[in-house]
Design a protein around this ligand. Sequence first.
Ligand code: PEP
Ligand code: MN
Length: 320
Amino acid sequence: MKIHFGRLADGGTKSAVKNLIGRFFPGSRMEFRDSTVVVTDCRPETAADFVPAAEALTGVSWVEMELREECPLAVAAKKKFRLFDFSRGPVFIGGPCSVENEEKYLADAQALKTAGVHALRAALFKPRSSPYAFQGIGFEGVSIIKKAKEITGLPLVTEVTDPRQIEKMPDVTDVLQIGARNMRAYELLKEAGRSKMPVLLKRTARATLREWLLSAEYLLKYGSTDLILCERGDGIGSEFPVNLDMMRSAMKATGLPVFADPCHSAEGAAAATDAAVNALAVGADGLLIEAEIDPHKAKTDGRHTMTVQSIAALIKKRSS
Ligand code: PEP
Ligand code: MN
């Protein structure tokens, strides 16, 4: 942890900081420099109370914590996920943006199984910008996705948008997806953690690595043991493709599996395929892809949804 002194800092500030450090972190090592003091071995629970107390002192401008101090569980986490074996190459999760009806979803699911996906997107709840847009079929779709699992034998990945959905989820799906919009929905993260179900956590557009890992920390602190980080880009369009630097930083900072969703920031399916290839090239552990037989018929996100042939080609190229 580094405490930065501001313009108003004087000897009084420094001794007040020294006392505060001694009180909160007895026995810790402090190294005073001109404009900072570095403190080693800070526990996050204690630091949480220390930071506001330190920042309230005249002459302290801000307190900076290292990722391993703020997100110890995320930083120490290992690459494991009870449903996937990453040593066998990247994992492909595929499926339409939304589950719409039984006939269409079962046909897509079977075609995607043949294409080689390892798990199915099974999206029942759609967080939409407009309240008039299709919101997903909700719990009515449970029997449809269960049938798809029965037929294909593939695990299901379902986005949750409200903590109240979660208690039903162990009987509905295999992996909880926390979408980009909800990366900062802390009550949702707590409840998802408490469920102990596997979770895939997307990064919100323009969120920093720190914010993303703090959300991961919520999940791990509240009980998650199997967690995937999923990068999805900083918006929509060619200016905001999947953030490869962010993926590299996440891989460096934590042992957690790092996936990419190449679709939601892509302007079209061709761009999504390019983004998928780029994400695999930087070492993505897997991809979450919107794919279906006929993207033109999709109620949501058809324009960046890959065809089954495209995802099949991508998977084949990867495994050959
Ligand atoms: C999704 O994967 O269906 C989705 C809503 O994406 P995002 O959370 O990345 O916007
Ligand atoms: Mn979508």
